[in-house]
Structure formats: C-alpha cells, structure tokens
Ligand binder design. Structure first.
Ligand code: ME8
Length: 514
C-alpha cells in the first residue's frame, strides 16, 4: 500500500448474513480488520472501521420462516449475537451498519436512482439459475449437475422480469483500471482471476427481483425489489452518507475492503463498475483472504462447538484466538482450523516464548534488584544484537503490515522475542547476580530484556490488545499511547521503573483427549 498523504483510513469487513451465527470464518475477517485498524490508529491515522449485517433477501426470508419468526425478529436476534461476539473478541469497530436501517435504505435508494439517471439500468428478463444460499445469479458454466459449482447446493430456475445494470459498458474501463493499479485487487491470484473473468467478457447483471418481498423497494417500480447484493454493497457508502455529507467527504474512498475469496467478483467487478457509473472514486484496495476449513476437527463432539469464536475465546482467551488466526497461515491462503492447532500455538509461541520471557525477566528483576529496572551501562555483544534487531523492527514490521502480511509481522516480532530469550541463556543473570562486580552488567541485561518486552507490547498491541496491556502493567508501564513513531524508540523505559510481577500471562493449556 502506498503511504497516503492524508491521515484518514477507512477499512471495512463484509456485512454478514444474519441467517448464520458468527463463526471462526466471519471472526477471521473482522479480527484482521481490527488489527489493521488498531495499527493505523497507533500510527496516528483517523480511522473509520465499519462492519455490519446483511439482512435482506430470499435466504434471510426463508430462514426466518423456518424459525417461525419475522425476518426482522431474526435479524434483531442475530445482530445481538454478532455484536456480543465482536465485543468478546475486542473488535474496535467505529460503526455497525444494518441494511434494515432507514439511513441505509434511503441512501441506497438514492444511489440506485442515480444509476437510473445515468442510463445504466434497463428493464429486461432474466432466465437462468439462482443459488439461494449464495444469493447469486449463475451462468450455465456455474451450474454442474443441477448444483451450484461454488457451494455444491441445489439451484433454482428463474424466469422473471428484472432490471439489469449495464456492467458490459464498464468492461474496458475496469480492465484498464485493474491493469494499471496492481494494488487494487489483492492478492495476485485474485487479481488474475478478476482480470481473466473481465477479459472473458462481462454481461449485464440483474439487480432486481419480482418474487422477493424482504428487500428494499426498487425505486420507481413497486413491483420490483432490489437484489440483495446491490443493496449490500451500498453499505460501504450508506454508513458514511452521500456526497456532501461530512463523513463521506472525510473517509471515502475506502482504503481497504477486506473479505474472503468467495466474494471477490462482487467487490472487484460489480462494485467498482457501480462506482464508475456513480462518478465516485474507487476503493484503494480490495484484499481477499483465504478460507478456513474445519473438517479436520474431530474434537467438536467432546469439546463443544469449536467453530464458535465465543467458545474458543472462553476456553483459550480472545487474544490467543486472534493470535492463532493471524499467525497460522499467510494472509491470502487457506487454513485448517482445529482447537488442537490453536493450543499448539498458544503453548509454544505465547506460553513458552513470550510468557516465559516476561515472567523470567520480571522474576529476576524482582529477585536481584528489588523489582526496579536500573539504568543500563555497557553493551555486551549479544545485547547489541538484540538492540539492533529491535531498531530494525519498525521498518520491517511496517512494511509487512502495509502489505497485510500479518503472519510475517508476528514472525518478525518473534525473532526479537526468541533473541531476547537467547540473551538470557547467554548472559546467565543468575550467575551475574552472585558477583558484586557484575552488578552493572546484570542491570544492563535486565534493562535490555525489559526494553525489548516494552517494544513487543507496542507492536503486538494491535494483535493482542488485552494481553499487551497486562504486559505493560506488569512491566510498570503506563497504557500505550500513539504515536507509534514515539513509542518505537529504543531506550524509553525510565531507570527506576518498578515492575509488578504477576501471574503468568499465558498459562499452558492441556486439551483432554477424545
Ligand atoms: O457473503 N473462512 O456474507 P457472509 C474464511 N453478506 N472467511 C470466512 C469463512 C471461512 N470459512 N466463512 C465466512 C456475505 N468468512 C455477504 C457479504 S458484503 C457487501 C456482503 C467470511 O455472512 C469472509 O470474509 O456469507 C467471507 O467473505 C464472509 O465471511 C462472508 O460472509
């Protein structure tokens, strides 16, 4: 991502359908978005972080009927579930948009009217397939043996009058834009998919339904309602307001739309074409991460519902889940989720490497220096290495973060943590403590360890917001404050700081066997 001149940062997640409970997959996107939002705030950006719920359409209508409730009852109930889960996971969103809110409905209608005024919408007839679970019109090639090629479920035959959006009109402009702006759709594999689909030719797309009542009325024709995907995409603007509204002027265009690879077509092709038609700027970047699979988990029977992030957070802590999801697989690739894998990471990286470093550093400071961090003096060779790793960290970390390479950010941090642990072995503070002459050296070693840990709290804070604050409190530090640039300087711990040795931050976890 290019460094932007302006200091605003607008980041979004998909708005989630309210027919399903929040799960590890939906939590993944919002945790990634939260981490980036927190990092940007730390850098001093004015961040607007948006999430919400997608509440209209045939699928929601059917789910409500099955539950013997009205769609809005279903939506109200599920919104509570989503918001509670996001609170448990410490998601710091700035706004939560629901597509049933008046602000969304009226602004979306205005946007559709503008598309009509542009001459980009016409009345026609759609005859073809529709996948309700994915709320998607399918081409012949997307239907295999009567099933949706993407999700494998039954498809429905549709023949109805519909309004079409002239997507074909934007084919060349889209192609040119995506070719000239390599950062627009990422990662590369997704960009190539989008490019080849555009090159294959774009047909106009249906944007209204005649047979779905749980939807936004189609402007100027009451017989029709707005197709749920068009309704949903408009949330990224309806949450801000329209052109002249302050929030819109301040935050549009979005800096990142985050999602999984399943919905790149809508965000990388239809949405930008709509924006072109509306005469609005395109988002800076669309990033599609990979897919979590759960099939490998055999423990769900005895251990409860592992795909429920509330369950995992309750068992292992929200920060451990956040850490696992962003560390385990490179952002953009698929992963396999299991409780065992989370526990493995928790025990090795968080308990052994990080928790241990904190605990032993504070423990030794307590025992050998009455709990006070003393001024450092000389730089032993191994400490110099630690300090240079620490000094190199900000640039490296920032580069990875700008590219949404969360796992590499964490690897870079762990390089520092592991180096600090090696410093303990190499310098053997317990031996230095026995020798009066080595007091200064001991103070230096402990200072360097504490300072490395302080730096870790700074860079790890977007990932583990709760545990890093606990770390800071044990280190005797005030809560972290932006700007990052200031907090990144080496040597900020004031000699004389009194540490508060506490309980181990990440106790090891043993999972019962099946
Ligand atoms: O598609 N692995 O909503 P949705 C990784 N309402 N990510 C996953 C996942 C998994 N197994 N399962 C879900 C919709 N996700 C529309 C969006 S936006 C204008 C409208 C995440 O509830 C991922 O971000 O089906 C995916 O794109 C999103 O949830 C789909 O959520």
């Amino acid at each position: 991502m290019k460094q932007k001149v302006s200091k605003k940062f607008y980041i979004t997640t998909p708005i989630y359908y309210v027919n399903a409970e929040p799960h590890i997959g939906t939590a993944y996107t919002i945790i990634a978005a939260d981490t980036l939002a927190r990092y940007k705030r730390l850098q001093g950006y004015d961040v607007f972080f948006l999430t919400g719920t997608d509440e209209h359409g045939q699928k929601i209508q059917a789910a409500a009927e099955e539950n013997n409730e009205t769609p809005i009852q279903l939506a109200d109930r599920m919104v509570e579930r989503f918001q509670k889960t996001w609170k448990t996971l410490n998601i710091s969103y700035d706004d939560f948009i629901r597509t049933t809110e008046p602000r969304h409905i009226s602004r979306t209608s205005s946007l559709i009217k503008r598309l009509l005024d542009q001459g980009d919408i016409y009345l026609g007839e759609y005859e073809g397939w529709y996948c309700i679970p994915e709320e998607t019109f399918l081409t012949e090639r997307q239907v295999v043996d009567g099933k949706c090629a993407s999700c494998g479920r039954e498809v429905q035959k549709l023949k109805e009058e519909t309004y079409f959006f002239r997507l074909s009109r934007y084919q060349e402009r889209l192609l040119k834009y995506i070719e000239e702006n390599p950062e627009f759709v990422q990662p590369e594999t997704r960009r190539n998919e989008v490019l080849s689909r555009i090159k294959g030719g774009l047909n106009d797309v249906p944007i209204s339904r005649r047979t779905v009542s749980w939807a936004i009325p189609f402007p100027e024709n009451e017989e029709h309602t707005l197709y749920v995907w068009i309704d949903a995409l408009c949330n990224y603007i309806s949450a801000l307001g329209l052109d002249e509204e302050e929030r819109f002027k301040k935050y549009w265009p979005a800096d990142v739309h985050l999602m999984a690879k399943d919905i790149v077509w809508f965000h990388g092709v239809i949405w930008p074409a709509m924006l072109m038609s509306l005469g609005l700027s395109l988002p800076t970047r669309i990033f599609a991460h990979g897919w979590w699979n759960f099939a490998g988990d055999k423990m769900s029977k005895s251990l409860g519902n592992v795909v429920d992030p509330n369950f995992v957070a309750e068992k292992l802590g929200a920060d451990a889940l956040r850490y696992f999801l962003l560390r385990e697989v490179p952002f953009g690739q698929d992963g396999s989720f299991s409780l065992q894998a989370v526990v493995r990471r928790l025990n090795s990286d968080l308990a052994n490497d990080l928790g241990n470093l904190l605990h032993r550093t504070l423990n030794m400071t307590q025992r050998y220096q009455d709990g006070v961090i003393l001024a450092p003096s000389e730089e032993a060779a191994s400490l110099g290495e630690l300090a240079s790793l620490a000094r190199a960290l900000p640039e490296k970390f920032n580069h990875f973060m700008e590219n949404l390479q969360f796992s590499l950010c964490l690897e870079a941090l762990w390089e520092l943590i592991r180096r600090a642990n090696r410093c303990v072995e190499e310098n053997k503070p317990w031996e230095l403590a026995k020798d009066e002459v080595q007091r200064e050296r001991l103070a230096t070693v402990l200072y360097y360890l504490a300072e490395a840990l302080r730096l870790v709290t700074v860079y790890l804070s977007p990932f583990l917001p709760t545990k890093t604050e606990e770390m800071r409190s044990q280190l005797g530090l005030a809560p972290l404050k932006p700007p990052l640039e200031e907090a990144s300087r080496w040597g900020l711990i004031r000699p004389g700081t009194r540490v508060n040795l506490g309980e181990p931050l990440f106790p090891r976890v043993e999972l019962p066997q099946e």
